[in-house]
Design a binder for this molecule. Structure first.
Ligand code: NDP
Ligand code: X2W
Length: 355
């Protein structure tokens, strides 16, 4: 563990040490980037797998304050001793490590291992034994913030479920729509992680948009069903189609559902205004303005807009999120703030990087 790390933030008040594993990947790298601006959390160690022993600056050159840190191994013994551990590992790699960490350590898992409540759903979608569910790290979901305050184990949502849940929950809570939703979402390539895959080559991605995981086979479908059913208080059906678009970061999710009798544009807008009036990171845009991925890049924010398509009889909601910030790394630190009793917004950017 490094005891002296250059930091651009002068801390006032209590500080907690943070170890990040998966720090050489996209999600872990984003956690480290955001930690550099956090006044109370100090990145004290970076861990990974095949790159253990290397200098972080070789692998994540944008993380200048941490360039001289040596990447440490990713086992439980190496990860013990931090106040907070962020796991940003491939699915299935977190649970065994987390089970060996002290109970009073705040453990935030960016992977899927502890997101689903239903063991049968886990077995169906991930194919191995369920490691048990943890409090789900989406504070804006009704009733969820209270479960995260003081928690010592938190499961950060998937990036698509974050955008889709925040887009549709207010309508389902208020009974504005029928509990059957259709979602088409576009993601940048960083959503697929940093390891080399042929379909992510520049020559495959540039100048082309492709659909994948079509026909109800994407593993984020059960997570959306879980969240939206919690909001609706009844089982919600989800048809989800993800698409890959030629940009590095960002998700633009377009969701729609059949209007319930009596829903009109005014009642829909009122429900969304009420739901998000006090949410610092969720922004219902002024009428007529539509979300773009560029406006949320690098920010822990979600931009939303709604429309009532009276002819089709559907509510349409568009949501933009940076998959690496509010979609993972920012959400991880938002949850850490809640777990530690810090103001929820501490150290998190509201300002995007545009254009
Ligand atoms: N990318 C995104 O937008 C989002 C990602 N997530 C989740 O975050 C997690 C990380 O994803 P992402 O950053 O994209 O992935 P990357 O492929 O970019 O990074 C994976 C990281 O995990 C390490 N790693 C790989 N295999 C192992 C292993 N067997 N044991 C320990 N460490 C290992 C790698 O280390 P090394 O390089 O040394 O091998 C690397 O640091 C995943 O669970 C993903 O689902 C969640 C929401 C959004
Ligand atoms: C573009 C792309 O490939 N995206 C990833 C989403 C990854 C993610 O955010 O979610 P998890 O944490 O559940 O892996 C995918 O569709 O699998």
């Amino acid at each position: 563990m490094h005891d002296r790390v250059w930091s651009c933030i002068v801390s006032t008040g209590q500080t907690w040490t943070v170890g990040v594993t998966g720090a050489t990947g996209y999600a872990g790298g984003e956690v480290c980037r955001l930690l550099a601006a956090h006044p109370n959390l100090q990145l004290a160690g970076v861990h990974a797998n095949s790159s253990a022993g290397r200098r972080l600056g070789e692998l994540q050159p944008h993380l200048l304050p941490y360039a001289d840190m040596t990447v440490l191994p990713s086992d439980a013994a190496s990860l013990s001793g931090y106040d907070v551990v962020v796991l940003a590992l491939p699915h299935g790699e977190s649970a065994a490590i987390a089970a060996q960490l002290p109970e009073d350590t705040v453990v935030i898992d960016c992977g899927a291992d502890h997101r689903l409540n239903d063991p049968a759903a886990w077995a169906r979608w991930y194919g191995n034994e369920h490691a048990g569910s943890w409090p789900y790290g989406l504070p804006e979901l009704l009733g969820q913030r209270e479960k995260l305050a003081g928690a010592r184990r938190i499961a950060v949502p998937g990036c698509y479920p974050t955008s889709v849940t925040l887009a549709l929950a207010p309508a389902l809570v208020a009974g504005l729509v029928e509990p059957e939703v259709v979602v088409v979402a576009a993601s940048g390539t960083s959503g697929a992680g940093k390891s080399a895959k042929p379909h992510l080559l520049g020559s495959e991605v540039m100048g082309s948009v492709s659909a994948y995981g079509v026909g109800g086979v994407h593993r984020h479908t059960p997570e959306m069903i879980q969240n939206l059913s919690q909001a609706a208080g009844t089982s919600v059906g989800v048809s989800f189609t993800p698409t890959l678009v030629p940009m590095s970061r960002g998700i633009l999710a377009t969701s729609s559902a059949k209007l319930a009798p009596g829903t009109d544009a005014d009642s829909a807008r009122a429900a969304y205004e009420k739901a998000y009036a006090d949410e610092p990171f969720v922004h219902l845009l002024p009428e007529g303005q539509w979300p773009t991925t560029s406006q949320v890049l690098g920010a822990n924010t979600v931009a939303l807009q709604i429309a009532v398509d009276a002819d089709a009889g559907r509510l349409v909601v568009v949501a933009a999120v940076d998959n690496l910030t509010k979609g993972t790394g920012g959400a991880a630190l938002q949850c850490a703030n809640l777990a530690l009793g810090l103001p929820e917004t501490t150290g998190l950017p509201l300002v995007g990087v545009a254009p």
